[in-house]
Design a protein around this ligand. Structure first.
Ligand code: HEC
Ligand code: HEC
Length: 407
């Protein structure tokens, strides 16, 4: 095709980007996320019968102390699989903001502090959290036995023989529940743990089918890669200015990169804690919890071989950067799910951006955001004018796409 003919088909690019910037934009397209990485610790995650069972469990309010809380209470399909509140509200009020489920299957570590290393072991946490479902594993396992036995056995094989169990018992529960757990024979504790772990594996099989769909930003990046000027019109000039700021002086892409706009790592960015006297220690505590979690990749309920748990075996626990560090969240659909940060500290995107521009001194640990005038090895102070903030907020709105979920 002649150059003239090509021009007749494609208007020349409206917005000019360097070759390196085009490569960066290409790397941010949703399609680059590829298929969800397989989780070797969950042998059932691909099974549709496991996913169907997981969906039923996800919606079942009987899996709670008061019979009113399900996963879906906080992770609602019509609210971006979160709740739009600063703190999760279940049996009580939690200390952190509910995270969306989309994209979670791509994260090597779950929760704001990364205290879980798989989607299935993550699911076991809220079930026994006193502020969330507030239940205990023996009660849950009896419920599965009573209401889901056939569906459970079709996926996981025969229920182990559970013997006579107390009504309520768990190593993570109240004093009475812990005592009841300690009094159970080791074989019953193991059998209960096995069924409990399998509940998580079914829930994970359901959750991994919930994902982000393409946004206007993806169409823009695709058009830019293809040199298609007409396609670039999908973003306004202001949104493109915001995108440029994101990649250049905003330095946002140093942490929010790749197709999900997250490096999946943990950073202290000086976000003010809710309680200054008891600041959240974030990753520093999350890592310790992960390493002693009986449901981690190396534990006996994992289906992985030890060499498949690479991340877990080589984690440094003495990195001072872990103190008050939180996981970089995906920015996909971010405009649809205020409030922001690990405890909903900010109610608008403007406030989030204002935070980056002011880079407050952290209450705990060391912020990775350079203060004005300060020189960090890998980042300068983020200087944003009021107009920059508006442009950046406009750009963040282009990252909204549909939530893709099973019929
Ligand atoms: C009371 C509200 C509430 C309930 C009920 C609840 N969650 Fe959550 N969920 C949260 C909060 C809050 C967080 C973040 C907590 C943290 O980081 O400490 C979270 C985090 C998550 C994450 C992590 C996402 C990521 O990217 O790391 C997943 C997945 C998830 N929940 C799934 C579930 C499942 C499955 C259930 C049911 C078994 C459930 N949740 C029940 C509030 C809730
Ligand atoms: C040093 C790494 C880093 C840099 C640089 C960075 N972020 Fe973040 N971002 C994070 C982390 C970590 C969080 C979560 C912090 C928390 O909750 O304490 C976050 C949270 C956010 C949130 C809230 C999302 C949510 O779900 O709560 C938005 C929006 C955001 N960043 C946008 C930006 C923009 C725009 C820039 C550039 C101006 C930027 N970030 C620069 C790491 C970074």
């Amino acid at each position: 095709m002649t150059a003239v003919a090509a021009q007749a088909l494609n208007k020349p690019p409206r917005d000019r980007w360097s070759a390196q910037e085009v490569a960066t934009l290409a790397s941010m397209r949703l399609k680059e996320a590829g298929p969800r990485p397989a989780d070797p610790s969950n042998a059932y995650e691909q099974r549709t019968d496991a996913a169907a069972l997981g969906r039923a469990l996800f919606d079942d309010t009987r899996l709670s102390r008061n019979g009113q809380v399900a996963c879906a209470s906080c992770h609602s399909a019509d609210r971006q699989f979160q709740d739009g509140k600063p703190f999760g509200q279940g049996m009580g009020t939690g200390k952190r903001r509910t995270m969306p489920v989309m994209g979670a299957a791509h994260s090597p570590f779950l929760f704001w502090d990364g205290r879980k290393d798989s989607l299935w072991s993550q699911a076991l946490g809220p079930l026994e959290d006193p502020a969330e479902h507030g239940g205990n594993r023996v009660r849950f396992v009896k419920l599965v036995q009573g209401h889901y036995k056939d569906r459970y056995e079709a996926v996981f094989g025969p229920m182990p023989s559970l013997g006579k169990l107390p009504d309520d018992a768990s190593p993570a529960g109240t004093d009475a529940e812990r005592a009841a757990w300690a009094a159970m024979p080791e074989s019953s504790r193991h059998a209960v743990n096995r069924v409990f772990a399998n509940m998580g594996k079914a829930i994970a099989a359901f959750e991994r089918n919930i994902s982000y769909g393409e946004s206007r930003f993806d169409r823009y990046a695709q058009a830019t890669v293809a040199g298609d000027g007409r396609g670039q019109e999908v973003l306004s000039q202001q949104e493109v200015r915001g995108l440029r700021l994101f990649l250049t002086k905003g330095q946002c892409g140093t942490c929010h990169n790749g197709p999900l706009l997250t490096d999946q790592a943990f950073h202290n960015t000086g976000v003010p804690p809710i309680d200054r006297n008891q600041p959240d220690r974030g990753r520093a505590d999350g890592l310790k919890k992960l390493l002693r979690d009986e449901f981690n990749c190396l534990g006996r309920y994992s289906d992985a071989r030890p060499e498949q748990c690479g991340e877990l075996q080589f984690l440094a626990t003495d990195d001072p950067g872990q103190l008050a560090a939180f996981r970089t969240p995906s920015l996909r659909n971010v405009a649809e799910r205020a409030p922001y940060m690990h405890a909903g500290q900010f109610t608008t995107l403007d406030q989030v951006l204002q935070h980056y521009a002011s880079a407050p001194k952290p209450v705990l640990g060391h912020s990775e955001l350079a203060q004005p005038g300060e020189q960090h090895a890998d980042r300068q102070a983020i200087r944003l004018s009021p107009a920059d903030i508006q442009d950046l907020a406009a750009f963040l709105g282009t990252l909204t796409g549909p939530v893709v979920q099973p019929e």
